[in-house]
Design a protein around this ligand. Structure first.
Ligand SMILES: Nc1ncnc2c1ncn2[C@@H]1O[C@H](COP(=O)(O)OP(=O)(O)OP(=O)(O)O)[C@@H](O)[C@H]1O
Ligand SMILES: [Mg+2]
Length: 320
């Protein structure tokens, strides 16, 4: 693992899903009684996990037993650390070497208020040549790859249309799923994509209006679909679950009520569950329910921990 060759794996007849993480991170989480200034804050046990959009999706796919290959950019000491963390998960991962240092992210839970403070350190800036290497990797993935997941923020140095470029580089027949925000999403949807997963704020920003209610979500999603490139819009609504919009249909999947611990990774888990269902050949409606259950299950886990398969299966029964 960790080399930069093309990859292919099959489990139970499933071709590997590929996730691509341009801005991965080492995620550290801890807790303290109060977050106050000018004092030493005594922190509890520290948990360190591999993170960043596509890597979180890969963690969820791995948990669900869905074969996947996780591509990521690897730089400096933090990059080495991330490689070791990924090795320990058993995820099949491949890295693209970069000159900058891979990002770090810190989440601190203030126990008194149950609020989370999330500190995102500056990430590396990718050079033209490094960006080019990423495009090459995407164009070199196995042509039988059923789904390519592009997820997370773009690193410094990447132009806003970089996800669109990666999507266009993917082999014909590989369905591209995009989960990002801001300008990266706005320019990303210019490419042909199978599915996009904005949350309601990201959808609002994309539409240049505040999306008020479900009818409005449907109309905004439909206008995105009408542009021609995107086939499915899944809008996630936090505790409200998610809506799915295609050219012919629109429906709402309600999330089960769960005990809230931490929302970190909820969106990525939702995408992971969704893609797991799709990779198993399920109908879109079942895959979305699985995604919503996975997001809800992650919310019950502290810090940066993600859903477990058992929790997801249990929640799915509640949703039936
Ligand atoms: N409080 C909650 N209760 C139950 N389920 C939740 C809750 N928050 C999130 N979820 C689940 O997680 C999914 C994704 O959540 P959300 O809409 O917050 O994504 P996001 O804003 O993209 O998250 P992220 O910050 O991880 O990118 C929801 O569709 C839902 O299934
Ligand atoms: Mg999100």
């Amino acid at each position: 693992m960790g080399d930069d060759t093309g990859a292919r794996g099959k489990l139970d007849g499933m071709d590997s899903v590929v996730t691509f993480t341009l801005n991965p991170a080492v995620d550290m989480s801890t807790s303290t009684a109060y977050v106050v200034g000018d004092r030493k804050l005594r922190c509890e046990t520290r948990v360190v996990e591999p993170g960043g959009g596509g890597i979180n999706v890969a963690r969820v796919l791995h948990e669900f037993g869905v074969p996947n290959v996780a591509w990521w950019t690897r730089g400096g000491d933090v990059g080495e650390r991330l490689a070791h963390l990924l090795d320990a998960t058993g995820i099949d991962h491949r890295s693209i070497p970069i000159g900058g240092e891979t990002r770090e992210h810190l989440t601190v839970l203030e126990r008194a208020s149950n609020r989370q403070f999330r500190f995102n350190m500056p990430g590396p800036s990718l050079s033209e040549a490094e960006l080019e290497a990423c495009v090459d990797r995407v164009s070199g993935i196995d042509p039988s790859t059923p789904y390519l997941v592009l997820s997370g923020s773009l690193p410094e140095g990447a132009p806003d249309d970089f996800y669109a470029r990666l999507a266009r580089a993917a082999p014909k027949g590989c369905k591209v799923i995009l989960d990002t925000s801001g300008a990266a999403l706005e320019r990303g949807v210019e490419a042909d994509l199978y599915l996009v997963k904005p949350n309601v704020n990201e959808l609002s920003a994309l539409a240049g209006t505040t999306v008020e209610d479900e009818e409005h979500i449907r109309d905004v999603a439909r206008s995105l679909l009408a542009r021609g490139g995107v086939q499915v819009v899944i809008t996630s609504l936090g505790a409200g679950g998610a809506t799915a919009t295609t050219r012919d249909e629109h429906w709402h999947v309600h999330a089960p009520t769960v005990r809230f611990r931490s929302a970190v990774g909820a969106g990525d888990s939702m995408v992971g569950g969704l893609v797991a269902g799709l990779a198993r050949g399920w109908p879109l409606s079942d895959a979305i329910r699985y995604g919503v259950a996975a997001g809800a299950a992650t919310v019950t886990r502290p810090g940066t921990q993600l859903c477990t398969r058992d929790d997801v299966e249990r929640l799915l029964e509640q949703m039936a």
